[in-house]
Write a protein that binds this ligand. Structure first.
Ligand code: CU
Length: 475
C-alpha cells in the first residue's frame, strides 16, 4: 500500500458527539446522532471505498473528501455540521468561510440509486440555515427552502432530512436561507448518486468539483457578501491555482469530470489535448445519440455537467475556465492596457496621484518572477511554477496529469511531465527573419498611445515600475 503511505492520509478527527453539539442540543438527541466526521486537510483525499451498503465506483473530490456514513436499519445516515471554517484557498492565503464539517465546500455525499438516506444537519452558525438538495427528486418538505418548505434550522439545533435517492446522477447541496450571504460564505457541497448497476457508465476515474467565487480584499480574510458580480477569487472547491491539486490519470483510463456551478456567472471549462463529450447534465445522463465531441463546455449558474474522455495522450494537460480573468487571482480589473505605450515617467506621475496605482508593462502584462510587495494573506495574481518557469495563471486552473504505468488507484502527484527529447517547442536558431520586412512597431496597438510620448523600440524601453494596487476596484 505504497499509495496509502505516501498520500496525504485522510485526516478525520472523529469528533465526539459532545464536542459537536452546542449546549442547545439535548443529550438525548446527541446520543442518537451519527458521528460528525471532521476534515482538517484542504487536500484531495483518496476515494472512499464503500464499507457498507451497495457497491459503487467512488468519486474523487478535488481538494475535498467524501462524508462517511453509518447504516442504521437499512438507512444510510450522514451528519453534516454547518459551521464557520478556515479554508486555505492556496498556500499563503486562508479565508474565514462558512462550510460543513471543517471545510468549504462541505464533504461530498455519495449514495446509490434507491438508497434510503437520512441526513442530520446540525447548525453551528450564528444564524438559521437550511439545506437544499439541488436537482433531487424528493418529498416537497425535504427540499430545504426555509420559509417555504420548512422552518429554518435555528443556531444550535439539528434537523433531519430523509428521502430516497431516486435518480442516479450529479447533484449539489447548499442552503436556501439568507440566500446571498450563506453561499457567498462558501456553504455548498457535491452529491453523487451512483447507478444501481456499478457497471453502468463505468469509468476508471471520476473527479468532482464545484465552481465558486469570493470577493476578499487583499489583506483581508472574510468575503464581502454583498458582492453581486465583481468577485476577485475564482475557485474550484474554494481553492485557487496553484492551490488546486492536479487530476492524476492513468494513460488510456476512461475519465469523468463532474462540475457544478454555484457562482454568479457561467464558466466555459476547457480541456487541452483531448476531446470530451458531455455524458451527464443536472437532469441525468445524456442519451448517447445526443452527444458530440468538444473541448470546451459552458457551465451556467446552477448547472452540473459530467464530461468524459479517454485519456490517450500522455502529458500535463491544462484544465481551466476560458474566461481569462477567471484564471487569475485577485487583481484590479481597471488596470489600463499599456502595451505599446512608453511609460518611462508616466507611472511616476500617476503614482503621485494614486499611490497604489499599478501599470501593465509596455510589452504586455507578463510579470514572470517579478516580486511585488503584497499584504499578508494575499495571493499573487499568478503564482504557479512549472518545469519551464512561471505558469502565468491562477484561479480556476489545474492540470490533468496523464501518465502511463500508474497503478489503478494511484492518485499521487507524479510531478511534471518529462517530454521526450525533441518534442518540446524549440527556439529557432537558423537565419533570422530579414529586418525591415515586417516592422514590429507597426504591429503594436496604437489606440492607447499617449499623445505626448514617443514609441520606442522594445529593446530600449524603460523598466516599468509595478506597484501593488491597494484593493479591488469597484465599478
Ligand atoms: Cu470562469
Amino acid at each position: 500500500m505504497t499509495q496509502d503511505t505516501s498520500m496525504k492520509r485522510r485526516a478525520f478527527l472523529r469528533c465526539s458527539a459532545l464536542a459537536v453539539g452546542s449546549a442547545a442540543v439535548s443529550q438525548v438527541a446527541l446520543a442518537a446522532l451519527p458521528d460528525a466526521a471532521h476534515q482538517a486537510s484542504p487536500h484531495t483525499q483518496p476515494p472512499l471505498t464503500p464499507g457498507s451498503g451497495r457497491p459503487y465506483q467512488p468519486v474523487v473530490t478535488l481538494n475535498g473528501w467524501t462524508l462517511p456514513w453509518r447504516m442504521k436499519n437499512g438507512v444510510k445516515e450522514f451528519h453534516l455540521v454547518a459551521e464557520p471554517v478556515v479554508r486555505e484557498i492556496a498556500p499563503g492565503m486562508k479565508a474565514n468561510l462558512w462550510g460543513y464539517n471543517g471545510q468549504s465546500p462541505g464533504p461530498t455525499i455519495e449514495v446509490v440509486e434507491g438508497d434510503r438516506v437520512r441526513i442530520f444537519v446540525t447548525n453551528r452558525l450564528p444564524e438559521h440555515t437550511s439545506v437544499h438538495w439541488h436537482g433531487q427528486r424528493l418529498p416537497n418538505g425535504m427540499d430545504g427552502i426555509s420559509g417555504l418548505t420548512q422552518p429554518g434550522i435555528p443556531p444550535g439545533k439539528t434537523f433531519v432530512y430523509e428521502f430516497t435517492a431516486r435518480r442516479a446522477g450529479t447533484f449539489m447541496y447548499h442552503p436556501h436561507a439568507d440566500e446571498m450571504v450563506q453561499m457567498a460564505m462558501g456553504m455548498m457541497g457535491f452529491w453523487v448518486t451512483h447507478p444501481k448497476n456499478p457497471d453502468f457508465m463505468r469509468v476508471d476515474r471520476d473527479f468532482v468539483f464545484l465552481l465558486n467565487a469570493y470577493d476578499i480584499e487583499p489583506g483581508a480574510a472574510t468575503p464581502k457578501v454583498n458582492t453581486m458580480l465583481d468577485f476577485n477569487l475564482w475557485t474550484w472547491n474554494s481553492r485557487a491555482f496553484p492551490g488546486i491539486d492536479p487530476l492524476v490519470v492513468r494513460q488510456n483510463d476512461r475519465v469523468r469530470i463532474r462540475v457544478g456551478n454555484l457562482t454568479m456567472t457561467n464558466h466555459p471549462i476547457h480541456l487541452h489535448g483531448h476531446e470530451f463529450t458531455v455524458t451527464g447534465t443536472d437532469g441525468g445522463w445524456t442519451p448517447p445519440a445526443s452527444r458530440w465531441p468538444e473541448v470546451t463546455t459552458d457551465i451556467a449558474v446552477g448547472q452540473m455537467r459530467a464530461i468524459e474522455f479517454d485519456a490517450t495522450e500522455e502529458g500535463d494537460w491544462s484544465l481551466h475556465c476560458h474566461k481569462s480573468h477567471h484564471a487569475m487571482n485577485a487583481m484590479g480589473h481597471s488596470v489600463p492596457t499599456m502595451i505599446g505605450v512608453d511609460q518611462a515617467d508616466v507611472a511616476d506621475k500617476i503614482g503621485k496621484l494614486i499611490p497604489d496605482y499599478m501599470v501593465m508593462g509596455d510589452k504586455g502584462g507578463a510579470m514572470g518572477d517579478m516580486e511585488m510587495p503584497l499584504p499578508d494573506n494575499t495571493l499573487p495574481m499568478t503564482a504557479g511554477r512549472g518545469p519551464y518557469g512561471p505558469i502565468e495563471m491562477g484561479g480556476m486552473f489545474s492540470v490533468v496529469k496523464v501518465r502511463r504505468n500508474l497503478a489503478r488507484n494511484d492518485y499521487r502527484d507524479p510531478g511534471w511531465y518529462k517530454a521526450p527529447t525533441g518534442s518540446v517547442a524549440w527556439e529557432w536558431k537558423g537565419d533570422a527573419a530579414e529586418s525591415g520586412k515586417a516592422d514590429v512597431a507597426q504591429g503594436k496597438p496604437q489606440l492607447h498611445r499617449a499623445p505626448d510620448t514617443q514609441q520606442i523600440p522594445a529593446d530600449q524601453s524603460a523598466p516599468v515600475k509595478v506597484m501593488r494596487r491597494g484593493g479591488h476596484e469597484h465599478h
